[in-house]
Write a protein that binds this ligand. Structure first.
Ligand SMILES: C[S@@+](CC[C@H](N)C(=O)[O-])C[C@H]1O[C@@H](n2cnc3c(N)ncnc32)[C@H](O)[C@@H]1O
Length: 225
């Protein structure tokens, strides 16, 4: 284990904005983020695979009327976002340490208003397809948690993963799809507020275009009509 990890893990243990194994809320938080964690009824926005949490923290500063939860399995990355949120007194930020595969154990149906998937691992091997964050099994799980009309966003430098996701979406009941293969050359960028994740900064500096899409799921009444 790296020298920095142990003190970071100790900070995460103490940090009130981190929910992780061993803490009481970890076992009981499903359906109770508003009442037991944020203690208000503001809409909840998730960042999946948040890494150091730049998007979670950046959006939280811009949108104090919403609550933001960054989710990642790596405690030493979450630590960074957690510490920044503490230093900046951001009470609308939380971090959850878990595998995305398990998020249905932490969020009840309709508990979430919006989801950001920021630079997920591309998992290019065909044998890893089921591990891609936009595989149908993941998207169907997100559909269970997100409120009707909730928006799901994806940002990635990885064109094959982006193309794969567009294909997957064709097979699902989605609506209001908007996308670009060059976010910074697109009017869709205006809504991004200049916030860059670690990976986004790295890949834009290398000259990669950033792919972006957003969509909603159709409601059951829309799919039956
Ligand atoms: C390529 S990094 C991107 C991090 C950040 N979103 C960014 O743009 O800088 C992917 C992140 O997803 C996390 N991750 C990958 N698979 C995961 C999974 N199944 N569950 C939870 N986190 C996962 C990794 O730990 C890593 O922090």
């Amino acid at each position: 284990m790296g020298r920095k990890k142990l003190p970071r893990f100790a900070d995460n243990e103490k940090a009130l904005n981190v929910v992780q194994p061993g803490k009481p809320l970890y076992e009981s938080i499903k359906g109770k983020w508003s009442s037991d964690f944020f203690k208000n009824e503001k809409p909840i926005v998730l960042e999946l695979g948040c890494g150091r949490g730049e998007y979670t923290v950046g959006l939280a500063k811009h949108f104090p009327h919403k609550n933001f939860i960054g989710i990642d399995i790596k405690g030493s990355r979450i630590w960074k976002g957690s510490q920044v949120a503490i230093q900046e007194n951001l009470e609308n930020v939380g971090f959850l340490r878990t595998y995305i595969q398990n998020i249905h154990e932490f969020f009840a149906p309709d508990e979430v208003s919006e989801i950001w998937i920021t630079f997920p691992d591309p998992r290019p091997r065909e044998s890893d397809e089921r591990r891609r964050m936009t595989h149908p099994r993941f998207l169907q799980m997100y559909q269970q948690l997100i409120k009707p009309e909730g928006i799901i966003h994806l940002k990635t430098d990885n064109r094959p993963l982006f193309d794969y996701t567009l294909e997957v979406l064709k097979g699902l009941n989605t609506k209001d799809l908007e996308y670009t293969f060059d976010l910074y050359g697109s009017s869709l960028n205006e809504a991004h507020l200049g916030i860059k994740t670690t990976y986004e900064a790295k890949f834009t500096a290398l000259g990669y275009d950033i792919n972006y899409l957003k969509f909603r799921f159709k409601s059951s009444s829309e799919t039956s009509s």
